[in-house]
Design a protein around this ligand. Structure first.
Ligand SMILES: [Zn+2]
Length: 290
């Protein structure tokens, strides 16, 4: 009780209704993406996902960030998507996920990893489109490419899209305007339990916890501590505050992770909704925080 009271003191007055995305729609998008089959770099499913994102984001301010990355499989073309939704305040909040699946694996459709966040970000775009003159910072939605390792996960062989974009944003000055970078990965699990990540920025993790508490979703957050290597790290390295929302316990002992069992039946619209709402609520609290 005392804890809730002290959390409440630092929060702005509630003048607008809390954000609420359409979880069923997010789920439907995730289903459609899974139906494209494996979506690893150079695969037909990857191309279909690119077209799908273009169609869904038509009419939005969409930037395509195409580049080539040197990998253990040679030089590969990659493509990040960035959809920009303006706010009334100067500054940017990034909500990101990845859309590639495990490289070279044709037995893996990646419902949770990562059709879940691909679909969630599309549902968030739908929500933001309805918010004319939205108070707060601009929100940029980012679908990153090349998260998965080509051979063996290492700093060099992983998060290619994130590394490219962080470098680009550092050079062009965008990085300085980013107030927070929230990453969603593996967030569709029916049994949702988002880890507290020790590689994320502590105050931003705290703010995510406050947002979850305000919406009544706190039982799905931070029961476990983890130190996660993911798309947020390249941005953390250039001084951007980051928080990775990840549930790295997918099935007993994480057995569904990177396995053929990562299928749509393991996901729920409620989990997608909870994570989407918490990301948007965190974005809403951020201007008052800093
Ligand atoms: Zn993965």
């Amino acid at each position: 009780m005392t804890e809730t009271a002290s959390v409440g003191e630092s929060l702005p007055p509630d003048t607008t209704p809390p954000p609420r995305i359409d979880g069923a729609k997010a789920m439907d998008y995730a289903r459609q993406v899974v139906a494209f089959g494996p979506r690893y770099l150079t695969s037909p499913g990857h191309k279909k996902t690119e077209s799908f994102l273009r169609v869904r984001l038509k009419g939005d301010e969409l930037e395509e960030d195409a580049f080539n990355a040197s990998t253990p499989a040679g030089n590969l073309p990659m493509l990040n998507f960035i959809a920009k939704f303006p706010g009334t305040q100067d500054g940017i909040i990034v909500l990101a996920g990845h859309y590639d699946t495990l490289y070279g694996r044709n037995d893996f459709v990646g419902a949770n990893d990562a059709a879940s966040d691909t679909g969630l970000l599309l549902a968030i775009a739908d929500y933001l489109r309805t918010q004319k003159n939205r108070q707060g910072y601009s929100i940029w939605l980012v679908w990153l490419d090349g998260e998965e390792a080509i051979k063996h996960w290492s700093d060099a062989d992983s998060v290619y899209g994130a590394k490219h974009l962080a470098e680009k944003w550092q050079k062009d000055g965008t990085a300085k305007k980013i107030k927070g970078f929230l990453l969603a990965d593996m967030i569709g699990d029916k049994d949702l339990d988002i880890d507290r990540d020790q590689n994320s920025t502590p105050w931003l993790e705290d703010l995510v916890g406050q947002a979850a508490t305000r919406l009544g979703y706190q039982s799905h957050f931070f029961q476990r501590l983890n130190a996660v290597e993911d798309d947020h790290l390249p941005f953390a390295r250039i001084g951007v505050p980051v928080a990775d929302l990840i549930d790295f316990s997918y099935g007993y002992n994480n057995v569904f992770w990177h396995s053929p069992q990562d299928t749509v039946d393991k996901l729920s619209p409620q989990s997608l909704q909870i994570v989407g709402d918490v990301m948007l609520e965190t974005a809403r609290l951020l201007p008052a925080h800093k």
